[in-house]
Design a protein around this ligand. Structure first.
Ligand code: FES
Length: 246
């Protein structure tokens, strides 16, 4: 540890007071080894400045609510220990690619709208099963990494495409679309994927893997996007083949 007193520089802004420019507020606070950035934020809010805003809930890297930029890197505040940095200054900024509501709280509406669009649930065409539908371990393995996504939006904040095009569906939504379309219990039609067969969907990705670098749960959204591209191309090839055979 550098010293036991750290300076937290936190980007402050309130969308209700747009006339005030964003600014960095500094807070000096003693850090006990082992404490996380989130633990320090809670102490700053509780002991120094009750007006500071940020999101948190589980404190265990499960709920996905505490994503932010920590010393230039997107991560979850609750899984980032203060002592890992080779400096006693911690700079905190809100997730990029979102409108800021207040301080470290961003407006997640576009993220959830994209997520809703992919219909993130099992779609069945067969009659309702009378008991649970079993899934083999082999089939579960195909979706493992995408199930692990906690929807924290770290990937969304890191995505260079979203930085220039807010219409792009984004890595998390595409990874979850692949999660459901690969699920052995899901019966969504090939046509339902067509809605994402565009530059705003699977073809928008630059494949520069920033989402993979940013994911705190080792999900690889780009794998999902590439998988969806392959499925769409296969579907197209089948369609052409059927037309030729007629
Ligand atoms: Fe839940 Fe950090 S508080 S992921």
């Amino acid at each position: 540890m550098i010293s036991d007193t750290y300076t937290f520089k936190i980007l402050r802004y309130d969308a209700k007071e747009p006339e005030k420019e964003p600014y960095f507020a500094s807070y000096k606070i003693k850090v006990i080894p082992g404490l996380t950035v989130l633990a320090m934020l809670l102490r700053i809010r509780d002991e120094i400045d009750g007006t500071l805003s940020f999101r948190s809930s589980c404190r265990s890297a499960i709920c996905g609510s505490c994503a932010m930029v920590i010393n230039g890197k997107i991560d979850l505040a609750c899984r980032t220990q203060v002592a890992i940095f080779e400096t006693d200054t911690i700079i905190l900024e809100p997730l990029p690619n979102f409108e800021v509501i207040k301080d470290l709280v961003v407006d997640m509406t576009p993220f959830w709208q994209m997520y809703e669009k992919i219909q993130p649930y099992l779609i069945r065409k067969s009659s309702e099963p009378e008991k649970e539908i079993h899934q083999s371990q082999k089939d579960r393995k195909k979706i493992d990494q995408f199930v692990n996504c906690i929807l924290c939006a770290c990937c969304y904040g890191a995505c260079p495409v979203l930085n220039r095009d807010g219409n792009y569906a984004g890595p998390a939504a595409m990874a979850k679309l692949q999660r459901f379309s690969l699920d052995s219990r899901d019966e969504r039609s090939a046509e339902s994927l067509e809605a994402f067969n565009s530059e705003d969907g699977v073809w928008g990705c630059d494949t520069v893997f920033r989402c993979i670098e940013a994911c705190p749960k080792d999900v690889r959204p780009t794998d999902g996007i590439v998988g969806l591209r392959k499925t769409l191309l296969k579907n197209k090839a089948k369609e052409i083949w059927r037309a030729v055979k007629k």
